[in-house]
Design a protein around this ligand. Structure first.
Ligand code: ADP
Ligand code: 5GP
Length: 193
């Protein structure tokens, strides 16, 4: 990415692989990195806050924003709608901050088409079995939802070769170090940060 450009990072990969965990840790190491807060129609999980974890919208409000062209990308995933609001990117551009988007694979493809300069990073699990274990251990999804997410994960894992960077989230420390190195190397805004 050339100097003076905005740095946009897309972290993708199957649900439960550890994207959120890695991004939280990455942002502790690189506080300048902004996070795009997505919109969704799914119900908040315990402890999730509106405007912080997601913008939680009704189906009607989500659809209204689609019609208004407010989304950079939006998809239907596991029974709900999810989307990246253009305003999230605009705010970080205005502040000169790099931004990270945590989104699933179809959305990552849409961002790649819309913003070819974005850096795409696929987070892969050590195995499907370990992915199942993490989804179950997180304890936020019913057994049907876990099964649904694992079925989607099999398709998503086949897409990993489409992405410029693939980081295996085996141990958190190792994966985080690899992710941090990719992010720093790809972004002139982070020189010295
Ligand atoms: P995602 O955001 O991709 O859906 P999460 O960040 O919510 O995934 O992680 C899913 C679960 O896996 C969480 O319970 C998290 O603590 C755990 N986890 C994340 N990374 C690792 C890792 N490297 N080793 C073991 N467990 C992990
Ligand atoms: P969850 O319901 O577990 O929070 O998210 C389900 C999936 O949707 C995850 O893989 C997550 O990365 C993805 N996701 C979250 N926000 C967005 C978004 O704005 N766009 C897209 N395409 N996917 C998203």
């Amino acid at each position: 990415m050339a100097a003076g450009e905005q740095c946009i990072f897309v972290i993708t990969g199957p649900s439960g692989v550890g994207k959120g965990t890695l991004i939280r840790a990455l942002r502790q190491r690189i506080p300048k990195l902004a996070l795009s807060v997505s919109a969704t129609t799914r119900a908040p999980r315990e402890g999730e806050r509106d405007g912080v974890d997601y913008h939680f919208l009704s189906e009607a409000e989500f659809e209204r924003r689609v019609q208004e062209g407010e989304f950079l990308e939006h998809v239907h995933y596991a029974g709900a709608s999810y989307g990246t609001l253009r305003s999230e990117l605009q705010q970080s551009i205005a502040k000169g901050r790099p931004i990270v988007l945590e989104i699933e694979v179809q959305g990552a493809r849409l961002v790649r088409a819309a913003l070819p300069e974005a850096t795409l990073i696929f987070i892969a699990p050590p195995s499907l079995e370990e992915l199942r274990r993490r989804l179950q251990a997180r304890g936020t999804d019913s057994s049907e939802k876990v099964a649904q997410r694992l079925t989607l994960a099999e398709q998503e894992l086949r897409a990993q070769s489409e992405f410029a960077h693939v980081v295996e989230n085996d141990t958190l420390e190792r994966a985080l170090a690899e992710l941090e190195a990719i992010v720093r190397a790809s972004c002139s805004l982070l020189q010295g940060a």
